[in-house]
Design a protein around this ligand. Structure first.
Ligand SMILES: [Zn+2]
Length: 134
């Protein structure tokens, strides 16, 4: 499966990861099925931000509400791996719901995308997704 990504979004995410390092950055992805159109940054409120992320709940609520109002969908979220590992960790898998949401990982200066689903090929929870410029 593949997703299109608007080029400005890719640049925005690479910059967010670089400026958050050595902590993880995180945020939500908006768009429609198969197309990432917008990224909304959220403050990382995890206790250990160098090894994990937890999105600011206020941003989560507001973004879901605004997306509905604008006729957009929250199709997934992103976070960075300052350790450079370009795939979801086992810890990510443990908290991923089998709901088809997109997980975008920024690591080592590039993006990888994954869909959370039952029987995924990675950690039994994620299927790799190909990203293409929109
Ligand atoms: Zn992770």
């Amino acid at each position: 499966m593949k997703f299109l990504i608007t080029s400005g979004v890719e640049k925005q995410l690479l910059e967010a990861a670089a400026s958050a390092a050595p902590e993880e950055c995180c945020g939500l992805l908006l768009g429609r099925p198969g197309h990432i159109e917008t990224a909304v940054p959220a403050r990382n409120v995890a206790r250990d931000r160098t090894r994990s992320f937890e999105m600011d709940p206020a941003v989560l609520l507001r973004t879901h509400r605004e997306a509905r109002g604008a006729g957009k969908q929250v199709i997934g979220h992103y976070h960075s791996h300052p350790n450079g590992v370009a795939e979801p960790s086992k810890r990510d898998a443990a908290r991923a719901l089998e709901n088809g949401q997109l997980w975008l990982i920024i690591a080592a200066g590039s993006l990888t995308a994954w869909q959370a689903a039952a029987e995924g090929t990675l950690h039994n929870r994620f299927h790799p997704i190909t990203l293409e410029p929109a």
